[in-house]
Design a binder for this molecule. Sequence first.
Ligand SMILES: Nc1ncnc2c1ncn2[C@@H]1O[C@H](COP(=O)(O)OP(=O)(O)OP(=O)(O)O)[C@@H](O)[C@H]1O
Ligand SMILES: [Mg+2]
Length: 237
Amino acid sequence: MHNDDDDRSAAKTVLASADGLRFVPRHHSVWAEKHRPKTIPECILPSALKAPLLNYVANGGGPHLLLVGPPGVGKSTVARAISNELRWHTLIVNGSLHASMNAMRGDISEFVTETPMFFYEPRHRCVVFDEADQMKPAVQVATHGWLEDYDWGCTFVFTTNHPDKIGAPIKSRCLRLDFDYETEPARSEMYEGFRKRLRQILTAEQVECSDRIIEDRLRRYWPDFRQVLNQLQMKVT
Ligand SMILES: Nc1ncnc2c1ncn2[C@@H]1O[C@H](COP(=O)(O)OP(=O)(O)OP(=O)(O)O)[C@@H](O)[C@H]1O
Ligand SMILES: [Mg+2]
């Protein structure tokens, strides 16, 4: 396994890639990655969504999760923030690229079922299936047994833009949380939250940007905060 990170006592987050597992790089230049919140309190979320997530972390976890919403609204960020706060040993799998039947029988299965080798390794595991709608039906079925058998030792988080493509058995075994920012008061809360967050990021990056440009990018790319950040970075750097 390739290691970008020498802090061996910390909980690890690994990515499934074509040539096996590798650690998630810690250093980023793209703002959207560099300023990805690391905890739930740091995430900008409507209070109706933030409250259950804060509870989830305060309780040390809970049911498997299905995080639903359009691109760039914070689903993967929330999945990583939970596992980071709870210091779970985490595997991130891209549903379209790496969730093949072979991977399910190989690296992913090993990750779910293996017991930690060293005392400093966190015992609880978490597998995040990003873009879970891209997982073929047979691959989705392969997770059903794990969802039931390993709930005490491994939490599964599925993120998706297309909940209709997630099979009913997965839906039934997960707590579904919708990242819907369109209805009030969520929309106003998020607008205000994103605006403040942008100001913090611009200050941290020590760049000037007018309120007019911030408002324009927020409106134009709403609710995709990743795209807002990408567009602002291109504009001001
Ligand atoms: N709710 C949020 N609070 C704070 N930052 C956010 C939020 N949503 C998105 N971002 C920013 O946008 C980036 C992309 O967000 P994220 O990867 O969580 O999107 P996503 O919902 O998983 O999208 P996709 O469906 O495309 O995978 C984050 O790294 C972060 O910088
Ligand atoms: Mg995502």
